[in-house]
Design a protein around this ligand. Sequence first.
Ligand code: DNO
Length: 354
Amino acid sequence: MVMTMRWFGPGFDPVTLEQIRQVPGVTGVISTLYNKQPGEEWKSEEITALKNAVEKADLQLSGIESVNIHDAIKTASPDRDRYIATYITTLERLGQAGIHLVCYNFMPVFDWTRTELAKVRPDGSTTMAYDQSIIDTIDPDNMQALIERQSNGFMLAGWEPERLAKLGELFALYRDVDEKKLFENLCYFLNCIMPVCDTYDINMAIHPDDPAWPVFGLPRIVTGKKDLLHLMEGVKNPHNGVTLCTGSLGTNPKNDIPDIIGSLNGRIHFAHIRNLLHTAPGKFEESAHLSSDGSMDIFAIVKALHDIGFEGPIRPDHGRNIWGEKGMPGYGLYDRALGAAYLNGLWEAVEKNS
Ligand code: DNO
């Protein structure tokens, strides 16, 4: 495996590449052109500039998270082929720049959803949390404001204000899209892009739905083992793969993550590891990565990845804000650095024991 951290790029991320470089064992970053709207074409110069900046800091650009998918593709609206053509152009340019991993999601309207971005934990750290009973009382129109109010002034991934300003129109687009249609639209998109992925050896790694159940009545199709295997079968090309995100799959305690890892052998292209503490059904908060701080067995997860011979990038996922850091929710430096060190330690132990 290759240990990486997510970096949002200059002007967006207060964490510097120099800081990331000093985290033991971290050799790569996962980044993006953070100002790009879904559907926008990425220019070769912009991709090269990003890559050069990362390499200048003696790190590798290990993948892109995300090249976001336009709602026209997700809903199969009449202009979807135009947006797919643009996506293919972007993939070509990424391939030409030597990038072989693209993480994306196929969640309707909202990307990840939380109800609190700075919940104070007993130790004084702050973290992101979710409570379904709160979501049940919220009008989706108020969701963007709720997130923005708590965002520490940062633009948060997937919560682009320009896109969500037209929420009514977005919901209307999905009115006739049920799970079956959404799945068909995903397979259609993947079948269109597989040739360019074959040419440039680009692994597409779908991010699971977060949380792993329908929110605001919108369909969800990447929630657990059955869905993932269905999608791997739906488009058999090995470039159609998965981002194994423990924090998203783990929102449903019934998801047995080591078992999912075993069943996806060869199709996991990227891993996000984070821990959650479940406090009631449909209610959880993001804990420190350490197994004993949350509800998940992070050792068993790392061991399962090791056992399938996983060689792709791993990144510590959402961390708390600790030691007074006023970081981007989920993406402060310190707790993610502790996470990386812990994951590296687990990997070393598993490796030496095997
Ligand atoms: C949030 C992230 C997501 C993820 C996208 C992938 O912190 O896990 O925004 O990057 O869903 O496209």
